[in-house]
Design a protein around this ligand. Structure first.
Ligand code: SAH
Ligand code: F3S
Length: 480
C-alpha cells in the first residue's frame, strides 16, 4: 500500500520532475525517478500502476531498491547529460549490490535504443514510452540473465484502461493524459521520434478517470497532450487521417471532450496543456468562456516572433497568425492569462529575428515563459537540413535578454493584480512556511496566505495585499 509520495522538484521540460514514493514492506522494491515534462510524470504513474499490479512496491529510498527506473527526457542535450550523471551514481550502487536492476525508460531510451546498452554497461533494461505494459516481462528476462530492450512505438497504445497510481500527489491536483505522441514535426523537436505518432484516448476512460479523481477529493485536473487541440476520437482503431466526413462529424473533438470533463462537477477545475497556435480553434475558446471551472489560462508556445524563423521551425503559423490567435483569446476570454515557450538561437536566427521575439513578447504580455537555448537534436529536420550556426555566446546573450524581459513583464502583470480579490484553490502548505498555504488563481498565478483554519482542496477568496515578481501574497477574505 502506498504510504507517502513526494514531488521533489517540478519544472516543465527537460529539467526534472522527480517523483519518489514510499511503500512499506514487500518483496521487490522499485525506485522511480522522472525527468522532463508533465507527460513523463504522468507516464511514471502508469508505470507504478503496472508494476504494483505485478507485486512490486515503490520506495523513496534508493538504497533499498531492487529495481531502479529512470524515466528520461531527450528534449535538449542537457536533459540527457543529467541522466548520464545520475547513472554514474547508480553504477557505484551496483558495484555494492550486483543484482540491482537498472532500467532507462522514456524518451532517451527511445532515442538511443540498444546503443544505450553498449554505451552504459550497467543498464539492464531499455524501454520506450509505448512499452510499459511489457516492463514485468522485461524484468523477468533480466532475472534470467539477459539484457532487455523494448522500444517499439505503437499507433494505438494510450494506456487508457490503466488507472494511474498517483505519485507525488498533493491530493488536490492531477494530470490526466488525453493524447500521446505528436504528428507536428516541428523541425527542432525530437518528440515525434521518441513518442511516435499522435493518438487520442477514448473519452469514456478520460471522463471516468476524472470522475474517480473528483470522488477521491481531487479538485483540479490538467488534460495532457503534446498538442491537445488535435484531440479527436472517432472510435477505437480509427486513425484521424483516414476518417470520412461522416466519421469526423460524429467524432469527439477537444472542445467537446473538455466540455464533458467540465461537466463532471462545477467544483472541479479544468486545465489543459499544451495548446498549439496552429490548431487552437475559437470553438475551444468559447467552451473555456462558457464554463467557470475551466481555468482562464492558456499556455501557447510561440517559439519565435519571426515569421522566417517560424517557417524554418515548421510551426505552421506566421507571426501574424499567432497574433490573430492572441486577439481571439482577448476577444473571447478577456483577462485570460497567457504563457509561452521560446527558443533562442535557432538555425539562421538573426538579430532582427531576435528583436521580433522580444517585441512579440511585449505585445502579448505573457504572465510567464519557459525560455530555452536551441539545442540541436539528432534525426530532426533541423539537424539534417540546417546549420546550427548561432554562436553559443550569442544564444546565451539572446536568452538572457528574453529572460530579463519576461521578468519585467511578470512583475508588471503580478503587480497589476495587487489590491484585488482572487479565487484560489488551496493546494497545500507554502514552500517557505507551514504557517502559510499556497494555491493558484484561475490564471495559474501562485498566491500565498496565512493558513488560518483553511485546508487544501478548499476554494477561498484571497485579497492580494502584496506581491513578489511571480507570487501574490494576501489574506483570505471569504471561504468560497
Ligand atoms: N508540444 C509540446 C512541446 C514539447 S517540447 C508541449 O506539450 O508543450 C517543450 C518545449 O521545449 C517546446 O515548446 C520548445 O520550446 C522546447 N524545445 C523543444 N525542442 C527543443 C530544442 N531542440 N532546443 C531547445 N528547446 C526545445
Ligand atoms: Fe515537438 Fe512541435 Fe510536437 S514542439 S512535441 S513536434 S508540436
Amino acid at each position: 500500500m502506498i504510504q507517502e509520495n513526494k514531488v521533489i522538484d517540478e519544472s516543465r521540460q527537460g529539467e526534472a520532475v522527480m517523483v519518489e514514493s514510499t511503500m512499506s514492506q514487500g518483496t521487490r522494491k522499485l525506485y522511480l525517478e522522472s525527468y522532463g515534462c508533465a507527460m513523463n510524470f504522468s507516464d511514471s504513474e502508469i508505470i507504478a500502476s503496472i508494476l504494483t499490479k505485478h507485486g512490486y512496491e515503490t520506495t523513496t529510498d534508493e538504497s533499498e531498491a531492487d529495481v531502479v527506473f529512470l524515466n528520461t527526457c531527450a528534449i535538449r542535450e542537457n536533459a540527457e547529460l543529467r541522466v548520464r550523471q545520475r547513472l554514474t551514481e547508480f553504477k557505484k550502487r551496483k558495484q555494492q549490490k550486483p543484482d540491482l536492476i537498472i532500467g532507462v525508460l522514456g524518451c532517451m531510451a527511445e532515442r538511443l535504443k540498444s546503443k544505450l546498452l553498449e554505451e552504459e554497461k550497467l543498464i539492464d533494461i531499455v524501454a520506450g514510452p509505448d512499452s510499459y505494459r511489457d516492463l514485468p516481462k522485461l524484468i523477468e528476462s533480466v532475472d534470467s540473465g539477459q539484457k532487455a530492450v523494448n522500444v517499439l512505438l505503437s499507433r494505438e497504445e494510450t494506456y487508457g484502461d490503466i488507472s494511474p497510481v498517483r505519485l507525488g500527489s498533493n491530493g488536490v491536483t492531477a494530470f490526466v493524459s488525453i493524447t500521446r505522441g505528436c504528428d507536428n514535426m516541428c523541425s527542432f523537436c525530437v518528440v515525434p521520434f521518441t513518442r511516435g505518432r499522435e493518438r487520442s484516448r477514448d473519452p469514456e476512460s478520460i471522463v471516468a478517470e476524472v470522475r474517480d479523481l473528483f470522488e477521491r477529493g481531487y479538485r483540479e485536473i490538467t488534460l495532457l497532450g503534446q498538442n491537445v487541440d488535435s484531440y479527436i476520437w472517432a472510435g477505437g482503431g480509427l486513425k484521424k487521417e483516414i476518417l470520412t466526413e461522416e466519421q469526423r462529424q460524429a467524432s469527439t473533438s477537444f472542445a467537446q471532450l473538455m466540455e464533458q470533463v467540465a461537466l463532471v462537477s462545477p467544483e472541479l477545475r479544468v486545465r489543459f496543456s499544451t495548446s498549439n497556435p496552429r490548431d487552437m480553434t475559437d470553438e475551444v475558446l468559447h467552451v473555456i468562456a462558457r464554463y467557470d471551472n475551466i481555468c482562464k489560462y492558456i499556455h501557447l508556445p510561440v517559439q519565435s516572433g519571426s515569421t522566417q524563423v517560424l517557417h524554418r521551425m515548421n510551426r505552421g503559423y506566421s507571426r501574424e497568425m499567432y497574433m490573430e490567435r492572441i486577439e481571439a483569446i482577448r476577444r473571447i476570454l478577456p483577462g485570460c492569462s497567457l504563457s509561452t515557450d521560446t527558443i533562442s538561437g535557432f538555425c539562421g536566427e538573426t538579430e532582427e529575428d531576435h528583436q521580433e521575439t522580444l517585441s512579440l513578447m511585449k505585445w502579448v504580455g505573457y504572465q510567464f515563459s519557459y525560455m530555452y537555448k536551441y539545442s540541436e537534436r539528432p534525426r530532426t529536420q533541423a539537424e539534417r537540413e540546417y546549420k546550427d550556426d548561432v554562436d553559443e555566446s550569442v544564444k546565451s546573450r539572446r536568452l538572457a535578454e528574453i529572460v530579463a524581459l519576461q521578468q519585467s513583464l511578470s512583475k508588471e502583470k503580478t503587480f497589476a493584480m495587487k489590491g484585488q480579490v482572487h479565487r484560489v484553490l488551496i493546494e497545500g502548505p507554502s514552500k517557505k512556511s507551514a504557517e502559510y498555504l499556497m494555491g493558484r488563481t484561475t490564471g495559474n498565478i501562485v498566491m500565498v496566505f496565512p493558513a488560518g483554519n483553511h485546508k487544501k482542496g478548499e476554494y477561498v477568496d484571497v485579497y492580494a495585499s502584496d506581491c513578489t515578481a511571480a507570487t501574490l501574497i494576501g489574506e483570505v477574505v471569504n471561504k468560497a
